[in-house]
Design a protein around this ligand. Structure first.
Ligand SMILES: Nc1ncnc2c1ncn2[C@@H]1O[C@H](COP(=O)(O)OP(=O)(O)OP(=O)(O)O)[C@@H](O)[C@H]1O
Length: 231
């Protein structure tokens, strides 16, 4: 279980996160929602070691992760799929996938066949450059590369942004499959309300860097979440 306690984060003098607490459990999807600029990406960056947090803690399966950098967080089992995907444009699909090996022992440097079962298009385009893929294909590549690291936690930052409906549907199916397998804690930051609403087991709403709702699906109704994330 991913356990975030009282997390605070600053950019210089501006405090952006004001004591965020949330958990994400294996086999569950935790949706983090809120309007532009409330701090969702900052929260994911702090968990993924991409930006230092100034207070609070992040622990995984009872182990305090301390203040890890991105490499340390990846090695600890935290995979981050950033907004905008960060696919390497000049590297092939295969090379992009293999870049996920960096945090694995050399005995595990093989792309599991399962990755191509989840994302068949990647097998077809294995030798195509990342930058030549469509936005939706790049998103699939970014998620696949994250899964290659064998994460315990998968952080997805707006995976549907700028993507056509049929690929959004495929990405939703992959997320559902990960839930069924029950191994990974999925944290989904998403502005596409219906996508997040249909998938999530727990809803965390953020406003101005603070949590306003933190409830399992059966304890909160759609209208309450919608109004909390429309402020
Ligand atoms: N590197 C940075 N330096 C200074 N301020 C930043 C930096 N990154 C983000 N911010 C500010 O922190 C606040 C939260 O940004 P963040 O990207 O976490 O929000 P968000 O909820 O993910 O927004 P969006 O939905 O638009 O992606 C915003 O006011 C943003 O301008």
């Amino acid at each position: 279980m991913l356990d975030v306690k009282d997390l605070t984060l600053r950019y210089g003098q501006s405090q952006i996160l004001h004591g965020i607490s949330m958990v994400a459990r294996p086999g569950e999807i935790t949706a983090v929602m809120g309007t532009n600029g409330v701090g969702k990406t900052s929260l994911l960056k702090a968990i993924a070691g991409r930006h230092p947090f100034s207070g609070g803690s992040v622990s995984l399966d009872g182990r305090d992760l301390g203040h890890l950098n991105a490499y340390g967080a990846a090695r600890a089992g935290i995979a981050y799929v950033p907004q905008g995907r960060e696919v390497f444009p000049l590297m092939t699909v295969q090379e992009n996938l293999e870049s996920g090996f960096a945090c694995l022992p050399s005995s595990e440097h093989k792309v599991p066949e399962r990755i191509f079962e989840l994302f068949p298009i990647l097998k077809q385009f294995l030798h195509r450059r990342g930058g030549d893929l469509s936005g939706g294909q790049q998103q699939q590549l970014a998620i696949a590369r994250a899964l290659i690291t064998r994460p315990r936690v998968l952080l997805l930052d707006e995976p549907t942004e700028g993507i056509q409906p049929n690929i959004i549907k495929q990405i939703g199916e992959v997320i559902r499959l990960l839930r069924e397998e029950g191994e990974i804690c999925v944290v989904l930051v998403e502005q596409y309300f219906d996508f997040a609403y249909e998938l999530a087991d727990t809803f965390v709403a953020i406003n101005r860097g603070a949590v306003t709702i933190n409830r399992p699906r059966d304890e909160v109704d759609r209208e309450t979440i919608l109004s909390a994330v429309s402020i």
